[in-house]
Design a protein around this ligand. Structure first.
Ligand code: THU
Length: 134
């Protein structure tokens, strides 16, 4: 499947315009291509209790699951200036869960596989390894 990176970046910029970021004034938009061709997106949603802020990637993953699930093939995240940004560490873990090692991420250093942006990731395999020992 060919990946329309410009289309994904445009979808991320679109949803970024709907971010709720009254505290940081740092809107983020994230858009992902699912393995059935769907494009799902999310924006950050902040809270007066700063620690419960939802990152844009949380919204993206929720949209993926709520709209039928599947696997993420490619993801792009942008800030309010429309620039590509790296997902925070927690969100890389969220993306790994739903995209796995081969998911491609648009980064300021170009398109990279998840194995390069989250090396030695913890995932279901680690849980299964212990279950198999038991
Ligand atoms: N933010 C995201 O939405 N995704 C990231 O990967 C990095 C940070 C948001 C959280 C907060 O609303 C704002 O950016 C500033 O940290």
């Amino acid at each position: 499947m060919g990946i329309d990176w410009d289309g994904l970046r445009a979808a991320a910029r679109d949803v970024c315009a709907r971010a709720y970021a009254p505290y940081s004034h740092y809107p983020v938009g994230a858009a992902g291509l699912a393995d059935d061709g769907r494009v799902v997106a999310g924006c950050n949603v902040e809270n007066a209790g700063y620690g419960v802020t939802l990152c844009a990637e949380c919204g993206l993953v929720s949209a993926l699951v709520a709209s039928g699930g599947g696997r993420l093939v490619a993801v792009a995240c942008v800030n309010g200036a429309g620039e590509t940004i790296m997902p925070c560490g927690r969100c890389r873990q969220l993306l790994w869960e739903h995209g796995g090692p081969s998911m491609l991420l648009d980064t300021p250093q170009g398109v990279l596989p998840m194995t390069q942006v989250l090396p030695q990731a913890f995932d279901e395999g680690d849980l299964e390894a212990v279950a198999a020992d038991a």
